[in-house]
Design a binder for this molecule. Structure first.
Ligand code: DGY
Length: 322
């Protein structure tokens, strides 16, 4: 390590983390709101000792090679790391850090907020009022779905899936989940019955996705999966956009083959403003804000800084990607 390590930080992150980095590093911080292009990212990482990146940065083998042998740490300010070629990092002996745990509750809150928003047609209601359509109390206007007694199917019963289950239990929902390889007692301890994906798709009134994006989960909710869901079902995704085949989802929503969807994540991100999904009243879409609470983003920045500094010092990362 050089006397004062040089690091590239690909965006202005909360001060709670940035101040830790500035204390002991020469930090090159990308100042723009939009992420650096891949070319700029590569250029600014060249010769750096450390890289602090976000989910919007593609971190591949070519970038690692361009950075050179001095790159000691890739620290991502996020829990998901599907933008990073982990195998390439491993092959080059570069440790990769992330920020698990601290965003669990915030993301589960947002998943539940989306579920409620879609169930009770909150966005449609807001637009209705704004458009001056609210003329009286109407017995049959904007009727939505009940949560109490409904079945919630959770795809991926990890930290966030379990946190969603805790919230759903408070709404008297019946809980099932699909999580291959999880011992049933672990799910039962969370008040959840494990089922296979087919059963979950057929039985759920609401489905919430909490699985990482992997080769196995890409396109998991495809046309066939959507066709197995109830016509009254509502699909919530706060995980990663490509887990859903978005064209198939659009058709299912448009044709009323499922009742609604609420998405914090899309494919691509950002979703272009003229995207067909945005024309549908039964699709609620927000801009990947699952972890966007003040406390959570501070903690994520601190964890990312701690990983970065540990990696620069050649120490084990406190929050390494397993
Ligand atoms: C993550 O951490 O992976 C989220 O998608 C962004 O907070």
């Amino acid at each position: 390590m050089t006397a004062t390590p040089r690091v590239f930080v690909t965006r202005v992150i909360p001060d709670a983390g940035l101040s830790l980095i500035r204390q002991s590093c020469r930090a090159d911080i990308w100042p723009e709101t939009l992420p650096p292009s891949y070319e700029i990212l590569t250029e600014r990482t060249r010769g750096a000792d450390g890289l602090l990146c976000l989910i919007t940065d593609r971190i591949d083998a070519a970038l690692m090679d361009a950075a050179g042998p001095g790159l000691k740490i890739i620290s991502q300010m996020a829990v998901g790391v599907d933008n990073i070629d982990l195998a390439a990092a491993r092959a080059r002996g570069i440790p990769v850090g992330h920020t698990p745990g601290v965003l669990t509750e915030a993301t589960a809150d947002l998943a539940f907020a989306l579920l409620l928003a879609a169930a009770r047609r909150i966005v449609e209601g807001v637009e209705y009022v704004r458009a001056g359509k609210w003329r009286t109390w109407e017995p049959k206007a904007l009727l939505g779905a009940d949560l109490s007694g409904a079945t919630l199917g959770i795809i991926g019963l990890g930290r966030i899936g379990k946190a969603v289950a805790r919230r759903a239990a408070g709404f008297d929902m019946r809980l099932i989940a699909c999580n291959p390889g999880m011992p049933p007692p672990e799910a039962e301890a969370a008040g959840v019955r494990l089922v296979d994906l087919d059963t979950l798709l057929r039985e759920s009134d609401f489905i919430s996705i909490h699985t990482p994006l992997t080769a196995q989960t890409r396109g998991l909710i495809n046309r066939e999966a959507l066709s197995k869901m109830k016509r009254t079902a509502i699909l919530v995704n706060t995980a990663r956009g490509p887990v859903i085949d978005q064209d198939a989802l659009y058709e299912s929503l448009r044709d009323g083959r499922i009742a609604g969807a609420a998405l914090d994540v899309t494919d691509p991100e950002p979703l272009p403003p003229d995207h067909q999904l945005l024309t549908l009243p039964n699709a609620v879409i927000v801009p990947h804000i699952g972890s966007a609470s003040l406390w959570t983003r501070d903690q994520m920045a601190i964890m990312a800084a701690e990983n970065l500094l540990a990696g620069l010092a050649g120490q084990p990362l406190p929050h390494a990607v397993p």
